[in-house]
Design a protein around this ligand. Structure first.
Ligand SMILES: [Zn+2]
Ligand SMILES: [Zn+2]
Length: 333
């Protein structure tokens, strides 16, 4: 279909398409014709012009999610096909127990990851205000108008630039799950951290035991555990690629373990204090209650809390995220 807004002459049309309308290259019959006769160099130049090199904020989340997927799959393969069969080749019972632990950890970690990732219930909707304040035309007291979403958002909610949404009782954006941790998924995020720590501790135990058998750590081989020394020995042929991969994997597990411990400790502190990360940072304590109530507002009825460690079951929370009572006479927002 011909574009009616093109310049009349062929030369000016070509110039127009190449210099101005670079994102819509080859959309006109003239450009289609030109592409047929273009050299490879010209095609590459056009492709370079068309590329959008702007880094999108969502890419950081995608990288985090891919890293989680890579670690989960690679650890599963490594532990079931190399570490456990080698370490427990003469002990069937221990091997079965280890395999069961691997599958249990995998189920819990991926299950809680999914329920943290699936954060749809955390999104503030246009209907949120109308449902609770049907007769109110103005922004209700304590609510604010999000300048990006252009809608009224309840107290404790914040806009996430990565999710592009206002999140109920927003805590932080998690790159491992690619979603915001807020009112409805903070519980599964905490349990996810617990299994992240347990899974990586278990993996490190298997990896270090395997490596210690091949190159005893309390010997002249101790320096081989330093990744740069290991890399050098790999290049000189003094270390096998298999041992190097397991050692590098152990470093990644140590990183994940550190991240899990950091987030679990941080979450424990703010949950006990009845705050979000933002409120702790800004020293806002308007919504703090007793320790038990603070914990209940995240984990629901404590009667079934033990179930949380066994299965990421949904529970009814005492708050809907839209109405918050200011408990302490402090600065709210
Ligand atoms: Zn917003
Ligand atoms: Zn977010």
């Amino acid at each position: 279909m011909l574009r009616l807004d093109l310049p009349l002459s062929f030369e000016s049309c070509t110039t127009y398409c190449l210099t101005v309308d670079t994102k819509k290259l080859y959309t006109t019959p003239f450009e289609m014709e030109r592409r047929k006769t273009a050299t490879l160099k010209e095609k590459l130049a056009d492709h370079y012009q068309k590329r959008d090199f702007t880094v999108k904020p969502s890419i950081a989340s995608q990288v985090g999610m891919c890293f989680f997927g890579f670690m989960t799959i690679s650890l599963l393969i490594e532990s079931l096909s190399i570490l456990i069969p080698t370490l427990y080749k003469d002990d069937d019972t221990s091997r079965r127990i280890c395999e069961l632990l691997v599958f249990f950890t995998l189920f819990e970690m991926v299950g809680n990851w999914y329920f943290t990732y699936n954060d749809v219930k955390n999104h503030v909707r246009k209907t949120s205000k109308d449902t609770h304040f049907p007769n109110s035309i103005d922004t209700p007291p304590g609510w604010k108008t999000c300048p990006i979403c252009q809608m009224d958002a309840p107290p404790r909610s914040h806009h996430c630039v990565l999710c592009g949404k206002c999140i109920l009782k927003r805590d932080h954006h998690c790159f491992f799950t690619g979603s915001c941790v807020g009112l409805h998924n903070q519980r599964t995020f905490v349990v996810f951290c617990v299994y992240l720590i347990w899974g990586n501790l278990f993996a490190l135990f298997l990896q270090l035991t395997y490596l210690n058998d091949a190159m005893p750590i309390f010997s002249s081989n101790a320096l081989d555990y330093v990744i740069f020394v290991a890399l050098w020995r790999l290049f000189t042929g003094a270390m096998s690629i298999g041992l190097f991969i397991i050692l590098a994997h152990a470093y990644l597990c140590a990183f994940c373990l550190g991240a899990g411990v950091f987030f679990l400790c941080w979450q424990t502190v703010i949950i006990i204090n009845g705050q979000t990360s933002y409120e702790a940072w800004k020293r806002i304590s308007a919504y703090q209650s007793s320790t038990l109530e603070n914990v209940r507002s995240v984990f629901g009825p404590l009667k079934y809390s033990w179930l949380l460690l066994l299965s990421p079951v949904p529970v009814q929370l005492p708050h809907d995220g839209l109405r918050w009572h200011i408990i302490k006479n402090n600065k709210g927002y």
